[in-house]
Design a protein around this ligand. Sequence first.
Ligand code: F6P
Length: 318
Amino acid sequence: LKKIAVLTSGGDSQGMNSAIRAVVRTGLANGYEMLGVKRGFKGLMDNDFIPLGSKEVSDILYRGGTFLQSARSEKFKTKEGQKKAIANLAERGIDYLVVIGGDGSYKGAEVLHQQGIKTYGLPGTIDNDIPLTDYTIGFDTTLNVVTNAISNLRDTMSSHERVSVIEAMGRSCGDIALQAGISSGVDAILVPEVEADIEGIAAKLRAGFDRGKTHSIVIVAEGAGKADEVAKKIKELTNLDTKPTVLGHIQRGGTPTAFDRIFTSRMGHKVIDLIKQDISGVALGMEKNEITYHTFEEIFAAKNTIDSQLYQIFHDLI
Ligand code: F6P
């Protein structure tokens, strides 16, 4: 029996469990022996593997987080750490390794691939910052979490005639802020990809209140600034009561949306297809509703940019 191991690495995201389940169940159905690695690359170095049968992945489809746990490992960046991981994989006779994680995890998968391990990447991050895929795992769920949080904030901001400045996650990517901005009809967004005109934003907010608006919402992507600093600045410029809220890790939790469950099920299924064809050193994603794949090198060479059409739509609708 050929063996496939699967791990989750880096910041967790909703839908990782669903992805593990799809990889494991499709692998089993195709006659592979399936193993899980605990705590990402750390578990690979620590030889922390568990056998995965169909039952081991039942009851996880709808759970946020990752039952394999996740970690960010500095040690794995060293040659010594990688050697240990490779020795453990060889000792167990593992033929293929599926890595569910973001950019950093893809670097790890590529490093192993260069050293002869057949690796595969699934884009597990809420940030939507991986090139050559329209979505990453958990992004849609996070958008829904942020949209609901903004809805709650709007209620109280409106009662008190306040401005809410909400800090969203995303590292150096503004997609969460932009798309939650569209889904929530907020007044302004600050994203790292575009230089902010804080004076212009403040003037618009002031004018809105002068026209009788009872609240305003501004989303700041964490890569573009800090909620408390932006709130302070807006208050200075407008004299409006402005409250910062950092949504933080609440954005990474919750039951995955139907979209994330189906997206991950499709990718889990497809990765086994690629393994059967002996194609390796690739990461999967979705482009125009098709599950596609590219080599890690192609992904590292591509640039992740803001969707200029969506950015325009946001501005046309406010
Ligand atoms: O990459 C996912 C992410 O949630 C980012 O949006 C955020 O900057 C970071 O991880 C937070 O990392 P940690 O969970 O280690 O605090």
